[in-house]
Design a protein around this ligand. Sequence first.
Ligand code: 13P
Length: 255
Amino acid sequence: MNKALRPAVIAGNWKMNKTPAETSALISEIKPLVANADCTVIVGVPFVDLSEALEAVKGSKIGVAAQNCHWKESGAFTGEISPVTLAGMGVEYVILGHSERRQYFGETDRSVNARLTAALAAGLKVILCVGETREERESGITAEVVRKQIKLALQNITGEQLKNIIVAYEPVWAIGTGLTATAEQANDVCAIIRACTAELYDNAAAQRLTIQYGGSMNAKNAAELLAQPNVDGGLIGGASLVAADFAAIATAASK
Ligand code: 13P
């Protein structure tokens, strides 16, 4: 982290977990534990839990994120959710381009760019996920893969809009596997993302960009990962479902 340059952000991605009632309960548990955290704290909940989450975070600084949104404001897209609807509810953030969306639901760099453009236009802030698969890492093409994802996702996004984007580097092989990138691996790729952003915009924009690491981050390994200069926070799956563990990560980011 380099808090002099950019805010530290700890976000939970709850994925397809928790009912509305369970969402209220877990946020109530998290709330006092992160009350003094010196970092931005966000919970990313399922769509149908958003109302409860927005209600439950009242009186705290916890932000609420959706886990996806469509690229149109409205229309004949059965089962989809508009970014305008999310913004209208009071949702502040949306996670886009998660590897599970890319892997299981056919998301492409192109559709991620379209969703991101629409989300920003609706006034949402975006957590943009990128990351290589195990095969890509073993083939030595991590940098190319991540640079391509960043360049295509940010196509036609202005420097001004970039201020509303957080990037999450999530190596696919580390997600939900218990395998964590080493602190050095995480820092190296976050640095590649920052350098790529400097090429696309300028150095000031790149230095302002918060880049999270995600992939089996937990209460034990968070401090070491967050001590890296280019790792500005975490996007946390499994450990974000346990209040004490999630809070411990926020505490590590408060140092
Ligand atoms: P885990 O922390 O469960 O590995 O999930 C990471 C992730 O995908 C967050 O978006």
